[in-house]
Write a protein that binds this ligand. Sequence first.
Ligand SMILES: Cc1cc2nc3c(=O)[nH]c(=O)nc-3n(C[C@H](O)[C@H](O)[C@H](O)COP(=O)(O)OP(=O)(O)OC[C@H]3O[C@@H](n4cnc5c(N)ncnc54)[C@H](O)[C@@H]3O)c2cc1C
Ligand SMILES: NC(=O)C1=CN([C@@H]2O[C@H](COP(=O)(O)OP(=O)(O)OC[C@H]3O[C@@H](n4cnc5c(N)ncnc54)[C@H](OP(=O)(O)O)[C@@H]3O)[C@@H](O)[C@H]2O)C=CC1
Ligand SMILES: O=C(O)C(=O)Cc1c[nH]c2ccccc12
Length: 417
Amino acid sequence: MAQNLMEHCNQYDDFLSRPCTLVNGPIIVGAGPSGLAVAAGLCQRGVPFVILERTDCISSLWQRRTYDRLKLHLPKQFCQLPDLPFPDCYPEYPSKDQFVEYLESYAARFAISPRFDHSVRSAKYDDAAGLWRVTAVVAGSEVVEYIGRWLVVATGENAEKVVPELEGLLDEFGRDVTHVCDYKSGERYRGKRVIVVGCGNSGMEISLDLCDHNASPSMVVRDSVHVLPREVMGKSTFELAVLLLKWLPLRVVDKVLLVLARAVLGNVAKFGLKRPSAGPLELKNTRGRTPVLDTGALAKIKSGEIKVVPGIKRFSPGKAELVNGQILDADAVILATGYRSNVPLWLQGCDFFSKDGMPTSAFPNGWKGTRGVYAVGFTRRGLSGVASDAVRIADDIGMAWQQETKLGKRRSCLTPF
Ligand SMILES: Cc1cc2nc3c(=O)[nH]c(=O)nc-3n(C[C@H](O)[C@H](O)[C@H](O)COP(=O)(O)OP(=O)(O)OC[C@H]3O[C@@H](n4cnc5c(N)ncnc54)[C@H](O)[C@@H]3O)c2cc1C
Ligand SMILES: NC(=O)C1=CN([C@@H]2O[C@H](COP(=O)(O)OP(=O)(O)OC[C@H]3O[C@@H](n4cnc5c(N)ncnc54)[C@H](OP(=O)(O)O)[C@@H]3O)[C@@H](O)[C@H]2O)C=CC1
Ligand SMILES: O=C(O)C(=O)Cc1c[nH]c2ccccc12
């Protein structure tokens, strides 16, 4: 396969005196679904590439930083990567293990072998050479450099956990505090009073999981949230929305979704789940806030097994004081407070990404920057967004690659493919 045929021109960069590899094709940063999907497209177009991945496995988010009961929450046809459908035997909502198995078979099918334990620390365009210089720390110590014509940013919207500064949490509370990325199951919380901070899809589902393990969760809803049924009359709500969007403007589709949600779920505001003034799809598009697709937490909220509480003012030993003055006793806190991109930490001298780690150009123009840089998986459209970015990027680089090959324009320092 393409990557195996690629050779690198290994040498020491005199100036920096660190091992340096000239890459005969794109340098892809991140081996999650996004990096794998671009790699597969390049492989089919005969373009060699290198993938740098900070961990020792593909799709570390799904393999290492998600809880046991997680399933895809959109039907499988919206979550598959280009050129390899999910096996027919998979259920409509594949489990995390099935999804990981699919990704492993995807990597094997296209003979994608990332360079593991390569944590990218900087990427900068070298104007004089017309090439990207990417440095990575290997296995936590050695610094290496990769140099290439194209850079594909595939590190994801969820690269780093968000840990909010909550007064007294780290210095006074004195009990177990965990971010949801380290939560596997409610087993170790049996019989405990647990405060779950955050009410996105993670906060809702682990509150449900805690109930299933006889713990007592109090879920913090500091403001508002859209909860939608995952299905309406046996049909996926997401699929319905996609269908309606073919004919109707987004705001109208949002209204339809809210009418359906009201009919199926009732008035959720009664249970402390106030709806935002903007609609669910509008909020997803404008602020990246994903609506909650209910998988059973709402029934536990209605029955009182999951308590909904307002924002937290401060923590004290074994307690949390809420903004309404109420004091909660707690044995543990789980932060389901979300994730952020890490691109600003390593991509330098480039206005393709803004300070929040997302592309500066609005959708659908954020996938391609200038000077050979691309972004995959930053459109807040989940795995279906990943798949469409990946096809565009592989096409674009594939065309440039062919042109350069035809014209014999490829730089002489690069190993001929
Ligand atoms: C709990 C959870 C459930 C989700 N469920 C769904 C769902 O059901 N459907 C859906 O469509 N979407 C879902 N998503 C959205 C999710 O973003 C996608 O599923 C998918 O993981 C995105 O793939 P990605 O490759 O862009 O990012 P990631 O999967 O995050 O992969 C990025 C990779 O880059 C690596 N990396 C990061 N920084 C560096 C660096 N500096 N150097 C080298 N490597 C680096 C990471 O280790 C990681 O392996 C979910 C997200 C979460 C958190
Ligand atoms: N397949 C599936 O079933 C699942 C999918 N996912 C996906 O993973 C991604 C991440 O989801 P998730 O982990 O839930 O993160 P989200 O970013 O979606 O949610 C974070 C939550 O934390 C709240 N929050 C943040 N800071 C504070 C604070 N200081 N005090 C109180 N609340 C706070 C936010 O409230 P506010 O809105 O007020 O800022 C919000 O409710 C999403 O795209 C989601 O759809 C997640 C889990 C399951
Ligand atoms: O699970 C996620 O984070 C996703 O981004 C999937 C997704 C994309 N668009 C949506 C609209 C409503 C609910 C989930 C998604």
